[in-house]
Design a binder for this molecule. Structure first.
Ligand code: URA
Length: 260
């Protein structure tokens, strides 16, 4: 279920450390490169990293042990852990740990929460992103019981006192009816008469924080979905699917993780 992009052969060879891109082009036109056992001597050829078998002079070209960072749309009922001693369904079965050993989830979503979950095998990146001082923004959609009023929304914006301390200011709005209906349809949520969908952006990652914040103002969460993490969105990924981040997205995250 990967949506990794195919790469030009010369770029792939260079990224695998075979030689400079120019020298790799020469290897290709010299007919020294094979893809899946056949000579590939055209510079326009593309390969799918990790799928196509590439060799130079008959010697396999193996991608270096590489960092991988990906986003997944976590389905409901799947635990955010790579190993559950009780054998319940976990996100581990949904990500390509065979191709990218060491992948782990950055932060967590409750079993019942759906949406954007980031994975990496780059510990520096992952630890930087969850560091409390970084305040990486997380945006959620919550279907709540009843309709929060303006005073309740204001209290969330200013911060509410939970049992583990006050929350930082949040950004929050109730979706207008048409937008709420569209979101409910997209997320397969049942939007009953008096209930509302609240969009909430927080910059902390405390345990069950969104559920506790909304319960605190008297509007318990019925359904919860994370739609955004820092600059990342799901962009149409179906539940259970993942995509590798682009280099630009990873660079952006690295800057956030380093506090730039
Ligand atoms: N806040 C929650 O309450 N649950 C989640 O899964 C994520 C944020």
């Amino acid at each position: 279920m990967s949506s990794e992009e195919p790469q030009r052969l010369q770029r792939y060879l260079a990224r695998c450390g075979v030689a400079s891109r120019r020298a790799c082009e020469q290897l290709i036109v010299d007919g020294r490169v094979t893809v899946n056992g056949r000579v590939s001597d055209e510079l326009g050829a593309k390969v799918m990293p990790g799928v196509d078998a590439v060799a130079v002079d008959g010697r396999p070209v193996v991608p270096p042990a590489q960092f991988a960072t990906l986003v997944m749309n976590k389905p409901k009922g799947v635990l955010t852990t790579m190993d559950d001693p009780q054998g319940r369904p976990t996100v581990a079965s949904l990500v390509p740990t065979d191709r990218f050993p060491g992948l782990y989830p950055v932060g967590r979503l409750d079993g019942d929460t759906t949406g954007l979950l980031l994975f990496t095998n780059d510990g520096k990146l992952g630890n930087g992103l969850i560091h409390p001082r970084r305040h990486v923004a997380k945006r959620y959609l919550a279907l709540v019981e009843g309709a929060p009023d303006e005073a309740q929304l204001r209290s969330l914006r200013e911060g509410v006192l939970l049992d583990d301390g006050p929350t930082l200011p949040a950004s929050v709005r109730v979706l207008p009816p048409r937008e709420a209906r569209a979101q409910a349809a997209q997320l397969d949520w049942h939007l009953r008469g008096g209930n509302r969908i609240v969009e909430l952006a927080i910059s902390e990652g405390r345990n069950r924080q969104v559920r506790r914040m909304l319960a605190h103002i008297g509007h318990p969460v019925v359904q919860l979905h994370r739609s955004q993490l820092g600059p990342l969105c799901l962009g149409g990924l179906e539940p259970g699917c993942w995509r590798l981040l682009t280099e630009a997205e990873v660079d952006d995250l690295r800057r956030k993780a380093e506090g730039c």
